[in-house]
Design a protein around this ligand. Structure first.
Ligand SMILES: [Zn+2]
Length: 204
């Protein structure tokens, strides 16, 4: 479900972020959360799919807050975007929007849940904002890995028709809630650690 993907995407990205670097933390929060959820652009947010709508609103909220914090602290990511405003950045944004549009017209868990789509989205992010790439790619990879544990498979090797599924759980089961809570807790603790607000009992 959306919140689980956001939580795990952010936690994974923060696990590889640089300690003491606000810019790296902002990039991890934005890249990890967007990468964690973008594969589900093949679900149309509607009354029937409230989860998809909530997920999108949460990610937009997280990204806005993180970028405002970056701007306020003059951490570097907003500065990078202003400095690199040009054809590659615009091409990256257009490609990202086009992939999201195309993904929205494909079957759920098909094109957008494949390695081909992940590579295309990563290329768009690289063009638009290279510092986000590693975190975005990791967030995307966690989405595919989490969905592959589901009983409903994903077409990881699209355009091939074979489906990848470990058949371990259902999307709305107890496992989903447990992973979501653990993911958000890990994300908050890792963010506090990376921003040097807390020190761990064991060295990281
Ligand atoms: Zn998915």
């Amino acid at each position: 479900m959306s919140k689980t993907h956001i939580a795990v995407g952010m936690a994974s990205a923060l696990a590889i972020a640089q300690t003491g670097s606000v810019e790296s933390c902002v990039a991890a929060v934005v890249g990890g959360s967007v990468g964690g959820i973008i594969a589900d652009c093949d679900i149309h947010p509607s009354r029937a799919h409230k989860d998809a709508l909530a997920g999108r609103l949460i990610v937009v909220g997280i990204a806005v807050v993180a970028l405002l914090a970056d701007w306020y602290a003059d951490a570097g990511l907003c500065g990078y975007l202003v400095e690199h405003l040009g054809v590659p950045l615009i091409a990256g944004v257009v490609l990202f929007a086009a992939l999201t549009f195309v993904g929205g017209h494909t079957d759920h868990r098909s094109f957008t849940h494949s390695l081909v789509a992940m590579a295309c989205f990563c290329a768009a992010v690289y063009l638009a904002c290279a510092p986000l790439l590693t975190y975005f790619a990791l967030g995307y990879a966690t989405h595919l890995a989490l969905d592959a544990t589901n009983k409903q498979g994903i077409r990881l090797l699209w355009p091939l028709r074979m489906e990848a599924s470990l058949g371990l759980c259902h999307a709305k089961g107890v496992a989903n809630k447990a992973v979501m809570v653990a993911g958000f807790a890990a994300a908050v603790l890792l963010l506090a650690y990376r921003l040097e607000l807390i020190t761990p009992l064991v060295p990281m």
